[in-house]
Design a binder for this molecule. Structure first.
Ligand code: NAD
Length: 703
């Protein structure tokens, strides 16, 4: 419940505000908070005020749900509260425990003094949402800790331990316990000083002491332009700070407000806020019975110590969970253990890990060769060869030895999880846990829910994902699940555009300029083109691949699997990952085009980008309609965390909405109708056609 308590102790009013879980400053809290401050100002029995958050934390900032809604500017705003604090005649002391972040820190900085518990953290994380601290943060912080420190705090957005600011005017006192008593005593001292005629300590009255302001800001600007090229917030922060430092607090605050309004309306901030909510939404499983409880997982087995198995094991070791690694033979097992050790040794070399931690992690790793040695684990994750026969054999063995209640998971990328489950006597305990390569690095985890997967198995997987620091997204069973099913359409378009006249370099460059970390051809060369070839051969046999990818097949027949064979879509030089355009590949493309007898044309970069991105979007919409994904924002997360989609564009589905679904559907139809176009491929998914007509968005709201 949101409430503000007002208690007078001696002659100090202790105002405790509460808005669970993190006391965010929504309108519902701002209004009674302002009232309490005004009451203290009028209250003749009060000489000073202590402001404290309830529930062990000060305040985590603004209520992000209000951004983009009229409530963000509904009075009283945080600006109103800060102005009232500036005008107070009685000292107000902020008592900080837990966190004071964003608007929470801005509120604290508008108080006259601050006392913190040593365990508390403070920060201005607005930059992470594409915003700046818009309630005086860009003005008060440099006055309290200096320009350079303030720039670092605001540009990083990280929560920082209060110890870093001990001794600066930002924090009058840091205590290990008894926060309220300490704050009251600081407040009483301040009240006594006021009685002696001393002025209140207002951050706004402090000078900005920085002889090299211009140079420092220029340096910060240059850094921002290279490190955060697509993000407008860092530059806006520097601008607001510099104006305030050069022209005074009020001018600075005006600049800050103008910049804030611009950023709130910017597509980048909309995308970053979308991701913030997407990450929270993804944890919800809509149809899970409310009384579902996760199973305990303390021991894990991983079957297969190859690329994926070793990467998966590292996740558990890092989280302090015992991992047994099972292989076919000693040699493969030793190789796997060595690979894990090498990853940790690499981290020690980089100073990210110490020798003791390396040993502690390796101690949690138990290499084994027999299924009997894993009989008591709570979860087994299979990461053996991508072959149904091999996987079914492994599952039969797991089924035979694992204790009742253990979870049987597969890391398959393409195989039918239901078919794997059907081979066991406990399909309710079977689930897909699709990690991405390198599994110890990539944050994405697709949790693949089989037709018979039990609710508590699903919940356990989601809970475990959090423990091993993965972003989990639930997917239903289909070929490729969410991510790879979509990427197949993206690759299909890349191949079609090759046939029509574009080169691998042009296609890669165009989509990389759009912001993808890597274009489809460079990505193929990195992952290994043989993986796709292997899948295509199965799809040709099943008749599920409509359009043969002749050039890709031809290159694989030539052994051009990518970086690992020194040649793929590009040529590579030994010891160099740089991709060099290949005359051989150009020759193959030329030959295949000639044989097909199709007209060849020059494709504009804009067409390349739209076709690649809208191929993802169209398949994403089908996935949503078929309820393979629970929500559009889950699909966005898959692409942002697992496929290098540019973060600042918010994911393919969010991007399509920002372009308006009507326009997207129209463009798809144009691609289908143009000369040589594939009308079947470009038929807008039924969901897109429906939403475009109704002017609605993927989440059901108005477009
Ligand atoms: P890999 O060839 O590197 O490793 C497979 C390992 O499994 C080998 O060490 C092999 O000795 C072992 N193995 C085979 N049969 C076994 C058995 N019966 N019992 C115990 N061990 C056995 O393969 P990988 O790239 O790690 O792929 C493993 C799985 O992960 C596949 O299903 C693959 O589709 C999936 N996957 C791979 C990637 C990727 O990018 N490599 C990404 C996601 C998922």
């Amino acid at each position: 419940m949101t409430k503000v308590d007002y208690n007078v102790r001696n002659r100090t009013a202790v105002i405790a505000f509460e808005a669970p879980p993190v006391n965010s400053l929504s309108y519902a809290l701002r209004a009674p908070l302002l009232e309490a401050l005004e009451r203290a100002a009028r209250d003749a029995s009060v000489d000073a005020v202590v402001l404290i958050g309830s529930n062990g934390t000060f305040c985590a900032g603004a209520d992000i749900r209000e951004f983009g809604s009229p409530d963000v500017l509904r009075g009283p705003t945080l600006w109103t509260i800060n102005t009232v604090l500036d005008e107070m005649k009685k000292p107000v002391v902020a008592a900080i425990e837990g966190v004071a972040l964003g608007g929470g820190l801005e509120l604290a900085m508008s108080c006259h003094q601050r006392v913190a518990l040593s365990s508390a953290k403070i920060g201005l994380p607005e930059v992470k949402l594409g915003l700046l601290p818009g309630a005086g943060g860009t003005q008060r912080l440099p006055r309290l800790i200096g320009v350079e420190g303030a720039l670092n705090v605001m540009m990083s957005g990280e929560p920082l331990p209060v110890a870093l600011f001990k001794g600066s005017p930002l924090l009058q006192r840091v205590v290990d316990a008894d926060l309220v008593s300490a704050a009251i005593s600081v407040a009483e001292e301040a009240a006594a000083a006021v009685k002696e005629g001393k002025p209140l300590l207002r951050a706004r009255d402090l000078p900005v002491r920085e002889p090299d302001l211009e140079a420092l800001c220029q340096f910060a600007r240059n850094t921002a332009k290279t490190a955060f090229k697509e993000y407008p917030a860092p530059l806006a922060i520097i601008e607001a700070l510099q104006v305030g430092a050069a022209k005074g607090f009020d001018a600075g605050q005006q600049e800050e407000f103008a910049q804030f309004k611009k950023l709130v309306d910017s597509p980048v901030s909309a995308a970053l806020r979308h991701i913030f909510f997407a990450e929270r939404a993804a944890q919800r499983i809509d149809d899970l019975p409310a009384d579902t409880k996760p199973r305990a997982v303390t021991k894990v087995a991983i079957i297969g110590a190859g690329t994926m198995g070793t990467g998966i094991a590292i996740n558990f070791l890092n989280a302090g969970i015992e991992a047994r690694l099972l292989e076919l033979n000693q040699e493969a097992l030793d190789r796997g253990v060595q690979r894990i050790r090498e990853v940790y040794e690499g981290q020690v070399k980089k100073g990210k890990l110490d020798a003791a931690k390396l040993q502690a992690r390796m101690d949690l790793l138990k290499p084994v060769l027999s299924y009997d040695a894993i009989a008591d684990v709570d979860l087994a994750i299979e990461a053996v060869f991508e072959d149904m026969g091999v996987k079914q054999k492994v599952f039969a063995q797991l089924d035979a030895v694992l204790r009742p209640g253990a979870i049987l998971a597969t890391n398959t990328s393409t195989l039918d999880v239901d078919q794997i489950a059907a081979g066991t006597k406990r399909p309710a305990d079977v689930i897909g846990l699709h990690f991405f390569s390198p599994a110890n690095v990539m944050r994405l985890l697709e949790v693949v829910r089989g037709a018979k997967t039990a609710p508590d198995v699903l919940l356990t997987s989601m809970t475990l994902a959090k423990k091993i620091k993965k972003t989990a997204v639930v997917s239903g069973v289909c070929d490729g699940f969410i991510g790879n099913r979509m990427i197949n359409q993206y690759f299909a378009q890349a191949m079609a555009m090759l046939d029509e006249g574009a080169s691998p370099e042009q296609i890669d460059k165009a989509i990389e300029r759009f912001g993808f970390a890597m274009g489809p051809f460079r990505m193929g060369d990195l992952a290994g083109n043989d993986i796709g070839w292997h899948i295509r051969k199965r799809q040709y046999a099943e008749g599920t691949l409509k359009r043969p990818q002749v050039v890709a097949d031809r290159l694989c027949e030539m052994g051009r699997f990518g970086q690992k064979t020194g040649a793929g879509w590009y040529d590579y030089k030994k010891g160099d990952r740089q991709a060099y355009p290949s005359a051989i590949v150009a020759g193959v493309i030329e030959e295949v085009r000639k044989a097909a007898g199709q007209p060849v044309r020059k494709l504009a970069d804009a067409e390349i980008v739209d076709r690649l991105v809208y191929a993802l979007v169209n398949e994403g919409a089908r996935i949503l309609d078929e309820k393979i994904a629970q929500r559009a924002s889950d699909i966005d997360l898959v692409y942002l965390m697992g496929y290098g989609f540019p973060i600042w564009r918010g994911g393919p589905m969010h991007y399509a909405e920002s372009q308006k679904l009507y326009a997207v559907a129209r463009r798809m139809r144009q691609f289908g109708e143009q000369e040589g176009g594939d009308a079947n491929f470009w038929k807008p998914a039924a969901l897109i056609a429906r939403l475009a007509t109704d002017n609605r968005s993927f989440n059901g709201g108005a477009a």
